[in-house]
Each structure stands twice: as structure tokens, then as C-alpha cells.
Write a protein that binds this ligand. Structure first.
Ligand code: SF4
Length: 536
């Protein structure tokens, strides 16, 4: 007999609570147990006034961001619709059945109030949790970048000067929302030397510039399209070609630095406009990752795009092996002898060509940091191999960069087992993370606009991916106690607190033991003891 469902709803009994309605094995219950987000209150405290109407709890805000990540939701309005009719999400947020949830517009305002620094600090705190759980190996780093569509159409492109004039007119009178910016470097110790701090503050790198292009730096051989054209909808994006001839779109590059350990923790993430080549921010990302996470990688691996002389020489000079394929290595780009077919004699500083003739250094180009080596025009004129070597009337020339000895070293890695293994590993290490982020978490197309916001969006996605690894591998034990301790240095006494200074000087504890004790308090205190930490 066919059933028929009558619709009738009785009032909920008074003794029924969300605790009973949400299943015991619900995912959000596990997330609540595994990830304590109370640290976000400290991150955003400077952004709130001491009095007035209470805001939405910052913990609730970040929980909603995580719900957005796990559910693949692309707007705050949709997020709050989901939160309103999902018991498990209500339970995770801590809102009872009859409590009013925050309005979606509040979430947008809170996101803008926090700014990128808070999102970066949140991401870094999650990586710290991964370090504490022993998920970061730190011996191998893998670099890659992926194209991400901007939330703007090619039809919105206009001359850059007109777009910038329009934007200047819109925002010239705007006051910043608040002067109080959270100090992103607060978890790290800072030097007392004022000059050094001023010098560091004046330093300009891709991360502190939020991936912004330096328009004042012009290329010698080319003109950037993005210097002349900009989108009226998202002026920071730039035109990019899609693969397989699927036309063009406006977009960005999302860069990831991934640890070589089994958990594949993302150590750094940065979004740049598409016009910024993949190799440009690599060194800044590498130094930031090594210093921030106190790791000493023995090798870094990237694809051909990263194998520039500048990157290779900086990495090799730091005592790290640069496993990067060289442009054109192993294949002939032109019908002439490649540079590899000219033998360099380091002792006599000359090249010997396939015909056995000598090419001597003729000129230095300090701007491009290279030396030009040439054979005599007459020698090349008479050479039988000339048709396979050059069409230049003045003879063949070979360019050698000042730092080419490092490139030669990397060339010698080719064919060795560790080099080939690293390149094979790179293909299955970073790209699946991009695939996961694109297919499940919305990295195929940014939902927000402008560099600051898309960087915050990418950091939230990377943090979510790390949280997934933390939940999957979180049962591991911290293996590098010294590294964990170094990431949580003891807080320094305030300058005006003489009593505290006297107290510190009178204590008999060494500073090292205090650091390790602090590490011991982080997690699983019973596992750590000062003796074993000292041996690490
Ligand atoms: S053309 Fe000149 S550089 Fe080339 S093989 Fe002949 S002699 Fe050597």
C-alpha cells in the first residue's frame, strides 16, 4: 500500500537540545575537538574598542570561514542561509535553535576590518599547529603556482590611467577604518637595534607588497600589457591565457610553498597578478618560510619557470640544492649549436666551440650581469660548421652570466637520482593540492576582488587544507622540539616593568630551559622533558 506523509509539527520538547540533535560522529563535532580557535581573539583584540556594543565573536567569524571552506560556499549570504538550517553548523558555531545568527553583511564588514594581516596570522598559526604536531619535515620544499580566474570580465578592460584616475577620485577622502593594525610579527622576537628595525621596515618584498607589481621597474626588452590596460572591475588582475586554447581571461597566480613531509603542509601562500612571472616571488617565499618556521631545507624544487640564474645562484649560495630544470636543457630550441655544446674552460676563462676554436670574453654587461664571449669574425667566416652555428656576420657569440657557475652546478645535478626523484615528487606533491583547492574549495575562480582580498581568500583556503592534514595526521607526536620551542619564544618583559626585570634576573633558570618548558606546555606536556629537548 502506498504510504502518505501527513505534515504536522509539534513544538519541540523543552528538554531537547542541539547536543542531542547533532549526531555524535558529525564532522563538525570532530573539528570542534581537534581545533581550538580561541587564539583568534588575541589576533584581533587591537582592532576593537574597549567599550560599546559587543561584536560578533571573532571565533564565530573564523568558524564561519571554515564552514565556507568545507562546504565550498562562495558568498556570505549563502553561508548564513546554510548556517540557519543546518543543526550541525549551529552547534559548531555555538548558537542555539532560537538564537539569531549574525547577519551576512556583518561578516563582510568584519572581514574588511580585519584585513589581510589577520588572515595571514591565522594561516601562520595553523602552520604552527602543524609544526607542533610534527607534520612539518622542513628538509625539502616544493614550489608551484597555478592560474586562478579573477571575478572580472575581459570586457571591463580600459586604459590604466583612466582606471587609476577613477579609483583615486573614489577613495581620495577615505579614512582608514582604524589606525590600530595588528602586529603580524608579534609572535616572533624582534631585534632591539632601532637602525636594523628601520632598515627591515624599509625593505620591500613580494609578501609585504601583497604580490603587487612594481610598475616603476620597466623591462628592457618588452612592454607589459598590464602597464597600459587595467580592468575597471578588478584593477589588480591582469589578462591571462587559458590552457588548451580556451581563450583569455583576467586572472591571478596563486603560489604555494609545500613541505616535503608526508603531510604536505602548505608553508606559505601568496597571490600575485598574472603578469608577475612564477619565478619572481620565489626567493621571498623561500626566505620567509625558512625563517618563519625555523627550518633548514637541503633542497628546493620547482619547475622550469623557477630555474632563473638569479633564483639558482641565491639558493645555491645559501647552501641549498636547487633542483630546477634549466630552460632549454636537453632540447635544441634552434637549429644551431646550443650553449651546452660549447665547453667552458674555467681556468683560462674561455669557451671552446664544436670546431675547436676559442671564444674569448669581449664585453661585460653589468646591467644584465653577463659577459659576452666571441670568436674572431674571420675564424667563423672560414668555418665549415658555420651553417650549423650562426647566421651572424660578426661570428658566433655565447653569453655567460656572472653567477653561471651555480647554473653549471645545477646542470650537473641532471640525471642524478636525487634530482630526478625530486622532479618526479614535485609533480605529485603540489599539483594535487591545487586540484583539491580548485575542485572542492573554490580556487578555480576568486569570489573577491583586489589583491588584498584575494590574498586573504587564498590564505583561508590554504589554512583549511592544512587543517584537513592536521585532522588526518594530528595523532603524530612533535619530533623537533627545538623548532617548536623556537616558534614560541618566551614573551619579553615590558620595558617599564622593573619588578619583572628584577624577577627575571634573580631566577636561576637558564633562558634555554625556560624556552623548552614553554614548549612543553604547548601540547602533550607529559611527552616533553628538558633533557630530551636539549639533545635535539
Ligand atoms: S662558426 Fe665560429 S664558433 Fe661556430 S663552430 Fe665555427 S668557428 Fe666555432
Amino acid at each position: 500500500m502506498m504510504g502518505f506523509k501527513y505534515r504536522s509539527f509539534a513544538p519541540l520538547p523543552r528538554d531537547l537540545s542541539l547536543e542531542e540533535l547533532v549526531p555524535r560522529d558529525n564532522f563538525y563535532r570532530r573539528l570542534e575537538v581537534d581545533l581550538d580557535l580561541s587564539f583568534v581573539r588575541d589576533l584581533v583584540r587591537p582592532l576593537y574598542a574597549s567599550g560599546g556594543r559587543p561584536s560578533v565573536d571573532p571565533v564565530v567569524f573564523f568558524k564561519l570561514q571554515l564552514v565556507m571552506f568545507f562546504e565550498g560556499i562562495r558568498s556570505e549570504r549563502r553561508l548564513m542561509e546554510v548556517a540557519a538550517d543546518r543543526l550541525s553548523v549551529r552547534w559548531y558555531l555555538g548558537y542555539d535553535l532560537f538564537e539569531t545568527l549574525p547577519d551576512h553583511s556583518s561578516l563582510t564588514r568584519i572581514r574588511e576590518r580585519y584585513g589581510l594581516e589577520v588572515f595571514r596570522s591565522f594561516f601562520e598559526r595553523i602552520v604552527e599547529l602543524c609544526v607542533e604536531a610534527g607534520l612539518v619535515w622542513g628538509k625539502e620544499l616544493y614550489f608551484d603556482a597555478t592560474k586562478v580566474d579573477a571575478d572580472a570580465s575581459l570586457d571591463s578592460i580600459a586604459p590604466r590611467f583612466a582606471v587609476e584616475a577613477h579609483l583615486d577620485g573614489l577613495f581620495e577622502d577615505d579614512e582608514p577604518a582604524t589606525d590600530a593594525k595588528p602586529d603580524a610579527s608579534s609572535p616572533l622576537p624582534t631585534a632591539d637595534d632601532e637602525k636594523l628595525r628601520a632598515k627591515n621596515a624599509a625593505e620591500d618584498d613580494w609578501i609585504s607588497r601583497t604580490g603587487r607589481q612594481r610598475r616603476e621597474v620597466k623591462g628592457v626588452w618588452y612592454k607589459r600589457t598590464a602597464d597600459f590596460l587595467a580592468s575597471k572591475t578588478d584593477p589588480d588582475s591582469s589578462p591571462m591565457k587559458r590552457r588548451n586554447g580556451k581563450g583569455s581571461h583576467l586572472g591571478y597566480y596563486a603560489h604555494y610553498v609545500v613541505d616535503g613531509g608526508k603531510a604536505r603542509v602548505i608553508l606559505n601562500a601568496l597571490v600575485t597578478p598574472f603578469e608577475v612571472t612564477e619565478n619572481a616571488p620565489m626567493l621571498d617565499l623561500l626566505w620567509r618560510s625558512t625563517f618563519r618556521w625555523k627550518i633548514r631545507p637541503r633542497q628546493v624544487t620547482g619547475d622550469t619557470a623557477y630555474g632563473t640564474t638569479e633564483n639558482i645562484s641565491a639558493v645555491e649560495r645559501a647552501g641549498i640544492r636547487a633542483y630546477m630544470p634549466l630552460t632549454g636543457a636537453g632540447k635544441k630550441a634552434r637549429p644551431f649549436f646550443s650553449k651546452e655544446e660549447f665547453a667552458y674552460d674555467a681556468e683560462r676563462d674561455l669557451y671552446r666551440c664544436p670546431a675547436g676554436e676559442v671564444l674569448l670574453p669581449r664585453a661585460n654587461n653589468t646591467a644584465r650581469r653577463l659577459t659576452v664571449y666571441k670568436a674572431d669574425a674571420g675564424t667563423c667566416e672560414r668555418c665549415e660548421l658555420r651553417s650549423r652555428c650562426t647566421e651572424n656576420k660578426t661570428g658566433r657569440q655565447v653569453l655567460r652570466y656572472f653567477d653561471e657557475r651555480y647554473v653549471d652546478r645545477v646542470r650537473a645535478y641532471r640525471g642524478t637520482f636525487p634530482y630526478e626523484k625530486a622532479l618526479r615528487k614535485r609533480r605529485v606533491w603540489v599539483e594535487p593540492l591545487f586540484g583539491e583547492a580548485k575542485d572542492w574549495h573554490g580556487l578555480r575562480r576568486f569570489r573577491l576582488r583586489r589583491l588584498e582580498k584575494v590574498n586573504a581568500e587564498a590564505l583561508m583556503i590554504a589554512a583549511g587544507q592544512n587543517i584537513k592534514q592536521l585532522m588526518a595526521f594530528g595523532g603524530w607526536r612533535p619530533r623537533k622540539l627545538a623548532q617548536v620551542a623556537a616558534l614560541r619564544p618566551p614573551s619579553r618583559p615590558a620595558k617599564q616593568s622593573r619588578h619583572y626585570a628584577r624577577m627575571v634576573s634573580s631566577t636561576t633558570q637558564t633562558s634555554d630551559s625556560r624556552v623548552f618548558q614553554q614548549a612543553g606546555k604547548l601540547r602533550r606536556g607529559d611527552l616533553l622533558d628538558t633533557r630530551s629537548a636539549s639533545c635535539t
